[in-house]
Design a protein around this ligand. Structure first.
Ligand code: ADP
Ligand code: MG
Length: 246
């Protein structure tokens, strides 16, 4: 398996505070990796570092063999920001066609992306009149339109109804099967089981980086939320013991 992305000892500060404390991980090409962790744990900061829009303090982020943020990666990396970034005064279809035009992609393909995110019926609606969940999907359609090799999706399924969430996950896996690499974040642990690989993050540190099955086996529970808790407790115990010795 080829490596799509490698992060090595990444340290990031935001404001005066250090928010990522030396993260190291890799992501395989053509896989769906989940970046799971509570709110404020550093998911968005990590994703921004991968896209190359985050100032980093030390360490390195290599994306498709290039340093993150390299100009040559611009049309190879798609980024869905946590807050929808679409034009409120354009329709869904117009938004998708606009982003497609930036990449020299046909209108037909743009329209297909709108259908893929389940917005066919709302295609002619102004984005400003959509529900929050629909707006998030419109934003996703625009991120998908350029068919990037690496897709960074920041909480794409938050606020979506269960049926749609299921559809979106199926779509992510279909994309991965076709060779796209996906890094998908969520703060909802019940989505963890949907990923081929998990990176569990808490307070800017990686708690686990493994398959869901391995995380379940290591913690002795099928419930990934419980597994996360057990990993955190274990880590805290280790830290306390280390502090005692020191
Ligand atoms: N612009 C900013 N300035 C200062 N601190 C920030 C900024 N953005 C985020 N942070 C802090 O960085 C930490 C990680 O945030 P973030 O990466 O957004 O976490 P997540 O996406 O997991 O919720 C949080 O403690 C947050 O308060
Ligand atoms: Mg976030």
């Amino acid at each position: 398996m080829e490596i799509a992305m490698a992060i090595d000892d990444l340290v990031v500060a935001r404001g005066k505070r250090r928010v990522l404390h030396g993260l190291t991980c890799t992501i395989q090409q053509g896989s769906v990796t989940g970046l799971l962790g509570p709110s404020g744990s550093g998911k968005t900061t990590l994703m921004r570092s991968v896209v190359g829009v985050q100032k980093i303090q030390s360490g390195s982020v290599t994306v498709l063999g290039q340093p993150a943020g390299s100009a040559s990666l611009r049309d190879k990396v798609g980024y869905l920001t946590q807050a929808p970034s679409v034009y409120a005064d354009l329709t869904v279809r117009e938004n998708a066609r606009y982003f497609a035009s930036l990449y020299g992609i046909s209108r037909r393909e743009a329209d297909q992306s709108v259908t893929d995110v389940g917005l066919h019926e709302a295609a002619d609606q102004l984005v400003g009149t959509l529900s929050g969940g629909q707006r998030a999907r419109a934003s996703l359609a625009c991120a998908l339109v350029s068919k990037p090799e690496l897709l960074i999706l920041d909480e794409p399924t938050v606020g979506q109804d269960p049926v749609l969430r299921n559809d979106l996950w199926q779509q992510f896996h279909a994309l991965a099967q076709a060779g796209t690499t996906l890094l998908v974040s969520s703060h909802v642990m019940d989505e963890a089981g949907r990923c081929e690989r998990l990176i569990l993050i808490r307070e800017g540190c990686i708690v686990a980086d493994d398959t869901p099955a391995a995380v379940r086996a290591a913690t002795g529970t099928d419930d990934l939320e419980e597994a996360f808790l057990r990993l955190v407790l274990e880590q805290e115990k280790l830290e306390q013991e280390k502090a005692k010795v020191a």
